[in-house]
Design a protein around this ligand. Structure first.
Ligand code: ATP
Length: 377
């Protein structure tokens, strides 16, 4: 029987509640499809930080690197200044393991209302492939009250180290800010390849690239050119380049028309939230940070401290993350079983008895997890 080591970081707030249900779903899928999981649990998060002052030790990175994948609940708590845990845990993991794709599927489900009327039998089934390391998220920038800006910068990524200096004067002098976006050929190539491989796997004939070369010609003109170049490897799949504003307009009117949407970092952040809103909302949003080494799967929602411990948390996003994780480690049949169980759970009518509180039902976090696990078995 195949066996996998999975790093488990339940984290804060509702994180431990929802990951417990995701673990249950994976165990049920393993029992049905013949694989085993060894969970290696880590305590990092707000409580650990408040107790020890430690966010995330480097030694854990080495251990996690030996795992097949990682499942994360949520990190963040009002008792810790915003940014400390996000930088110290989430970004540290993303950069260390060079997780260059942020994958955000968006699917509509029978039983979950969609704010855009869809014709009978038509479903949203799209996935945003967001580049996760470049663009305006390089963290390079400065703001100054006067005397222009003199900005030495440095950023390190898996692919390269970037250093430089930018010196800018405004005449007349005024308070100003600058933030630099960067895109590189190897950065674009690898995420394009990922998007096209995914389209191939989904049997699709087109990948849509969200761009804005007309208004931001240097950065996104380069993006268009380099994506076109990389896409030549896939002559059977068309690359359609769409301005991100037009893309949002069409998504809001006809979301079911889209499959794989490839986005630079900033647009990907926005487009994937738009799609979340068009489908099931926060409690159904699953995400993966994918790299060639350790990939990490985490729900889109945060730690929701306001409902932690009340049983009202919807575990379906975490459970769908578990399905994405199984796909990544090669247990696709297990992934499909989990997705089918979630869909069946949401379709269940019966006055919404088995639906999570968030979706108008009465079921607690644990009973939603039990219902999904039962359907997998
Ligand atoms: P972050 O910045 O970490 O994403 P946030 O406070 O902006 O945190 P969330 O923690 O996701 O966002 O919570 C926003 C609200 O959505 C919460 O107040 C909570 O009521 C609701 N919410 C989030 N996740 C869930 C869930 N899984 N089930 C039910 N409600 C949820």
């Amino acid at each position: 029987m195949k066996s996998y080591d999975i790093a488990l970081l339940p984290g804060d707030g509702i994180g431990p509640e929802v990951t417990a249900e995701a673990v249950k779903a994976v165990e049920a899928a393993g029992a049905r499809h013949g694989f085993k999981v060894r969970w290696i649990e880590y305590p990092f998060g707000a409580a650990h930080y408040n107790r020890t002052g430690e966010t995330f030790p480097d030694s854990a990175l080495g251990e996690m690197g030996l795992c097949d994948a990682m499942l994360l609940g949520a990190v963040g708590d009002p008792s810790v200044k915003p940014g400390i845990l996000e930088r110290g845990i989430l970004l540290k993991l993303r950069f260390h393991f060079d997780q260059y794709v942020n994958l955000r599927p968006a699917r509509s489900y029978a039983g979950v209302p969609c704010p855009v009327p869809l014709p009978d039998g038509v479903r949203i089934d799209s996935v945003v492939v967001r580049e996760n390391t470049e663009d305006f998220y390089m963290g390079i920038g400065a703001a100054a009250q006067k005397d222009g800006l003199d900005l030495p910068f440095e950023a390190e990524r898996g692919l390269y180290k970037l250093t430089g200096r930018l010196s800018v004067n405004f005449t007349p002098d005024c308070a100003a800010a600058l933030q630099i976006g960067a895109l590189t050929r190897p950065g674009i190539e690898r995420v394009t390849r990922y998007a096209f491989e995914l389209a191939k796997k989904r049997g699709e004939k087109e990948v849509v690239l969200a761009s804005k070369a007309n208004a931001v010609p240097f950065l996104y003109g380069f993006l268009d050119e380099e994506t076109r170049r990389a896409a030549k490897e896939y002559p059977d799949i068309a690359l359609k380049i769409q301005n991100v504003d037009a893309l949002c307009y069409h998504l809001a009117r006809n979301p079911a028309a889209y499959g794989v949407i490839l986005c630079p970092n900033l647009f990907g952040d926005i487009v994937s939230d738009l799609l979340s809103g068009l489908t099931g909302g926060l409690g159904l949003g699953a995400g993966g940070n994918i790299g060639d080494r350790l990939s990490m799967f985490e729900p889109v929602h945060g730690s929701a401290p306001d409902i932690a411990g009340t049983g009202k948390a919807n575990p379906l996003a975490a459970i769908l993350c578990a399905a994405m994780m199984l796909d990544r480690i090669g247990e696709s049949a297990g992934a499909r079983s989990i997705e089918a169980a979630v869909a069946s759970c949401l379709e269940e009518d019966g006055a919404g008895g088995e639906k999570p509180v968030e979706l108008g039902g009465r079921a607690s976090c644990r009973s939603v997890g039990d219902s999904v696990a039962r359907r997998i078995e």
